[in-house]
Design a protein around this ligand. Structure first.
Ligand code: 8YV
Length: 330
């Protein structure tokens, strides 16, 4: 590459120093290091003349935006989910899209399991009570929650993260694992995980703890609503570490309020960072601000992978994790 004419890219969110340095060595970088994401208008403006963009889950890449930024050739997101990117529109315009799978699998599964535990064992409720001076005495059922070990773990969406959660449940907690997925896992993977494939309704009926780890799409929008919640055990917990839009939050709040399910743990929300007010006042829901992948090593690895993808995409090398590799051979 001719160092005098580096390609121009936009780094649309703050990135770790070493990653920014690598990007600056390869590109002319326009850097948005503010806490708040660029507005759609500012993003469109800053993309003028750029051939690549480094984004996170908070920047939406739409067909309209692509048409307004015709120089763009690569969109590299520091996230495994890519529902914020119109992939078909990118492919149609021969814009490469990459994401960051694998590097966050184990940390996200750790957090999913932690949220399950916190939810089942009423940890947030206990801490709130303690901090508020409400710990006065003891009784046999004081903050008694649901059992985790030896119970049935249901997983909706059995991709890499779902499988990593299944391993924790099976090998760490002696749980029976049932799952539902668009496609069934190979028999040897099912055997390794001790996981039984079931229909969605059976999953809802069987799970003592149901974890949602499926990708968000028009098909999965509100796929857990009033009808699905009605199939769950009144003692069950629901955990969502996927995307907020998968759950109808009003229906969930009603089910929690009326104790039609016992509790929920939510790391993702439909309108995040805004949280449905109906959830905020309920005692039996643990709420966390979309931090399932948030460990420093994992976030460094995600950022580095997104940058590696951007550098490869714009220097003629093979990007490590493309989502539409057909663009490369077109
Ligand atoms: C990120 C995520 O926190 O990777 C994903 O899809 O949801 C999270 O790991 C976030 O989207 C960062 O861009």
């Amino acid at each position: 590459m001719n160092a005098a004419v580096k390609p121009a890219v936009l780094v649309a969110r703050r990135a770790p120093t070493e990653v920014l340095e690598a990007l600056r060595a390869a590109f002319e970088v326009d850097y948005h290091d503010g806490e708040v994401p660029l507005s759609p208008e500012a993003l469109r403006e800053r993309l003028q003349g750029k051939v690549g963009v480094y984004i996170t889950g908070t920047e939406r890449i739409t067909a309209e935006l692509l048409d307004a930024a015709p120089s763009l050739r690569a969109v590299c997101t520091m996230s495994v989910g890519y529902n914020h990117i119109d992939l078909a529109a990118c492919t149609a315009r021969r814009v490469l899209v990459t994401n960051t799978p694998d590097v966050l699998t184990e940390s996200t599964a750790d957090f999913g399991f932690a949220l399950l535990m916190a939810t089942a064992r009423r940890m947030s409720e206990g801490e709130r009570l303690l901090r508020d001076g409400g710990w006065k005495s003891w009784s046999w059922d004081f903050l008694a929650g649901a059992e985790v070990h030896g119970t049935t773990l249901g997983i909706l969406g059995m991709g890499r993260i779902g499988q990593a959660i299944a391993r924790r449940g099976r090998f760490g907690f002696g749980m029976q694992v049932v799952y539902h997925n668009r496609s069934r896992l190979p028999a040897d993977t099912e055997a390794e995980l001790g996981a039984r494939y079931v229909g969605k309704d059976e999953l809802l009926r069987a799970a003592d703890h149901l974890v949602l780890v499926l990708p968000y799409s028009p098909e999965s929008h509100h796929c857990i609503g009033a009808a699905e919640l009605a199939l769950m055990k009144p003692t069950a917990t629901l955990v969502n570490v996927a995307r907020g839009g998968i759950v109808d939050e009003d229906a969930l709040a009603a089910a929690l309020r009326e104790r039609r399910i016992a509790a929920a743990g939510l790391d993702v929300f439909e309108g995040e960072p805004r949280v449905n007010p109906a959830l905020l006042t309920l005692p039996n829901v643990v709420l966390t601000p979309h931090i399932a992948s948030a460990t420093l090593p994992t976030r460094h690895a995600m950022a580095a992978l997104a940058a590696d993808n951007l550098i490869a995409a714009l220097t003629g090398a093979a990007p490590p994790t493309p989502l539409n590799p057909e663009v490369l051979s077109a």
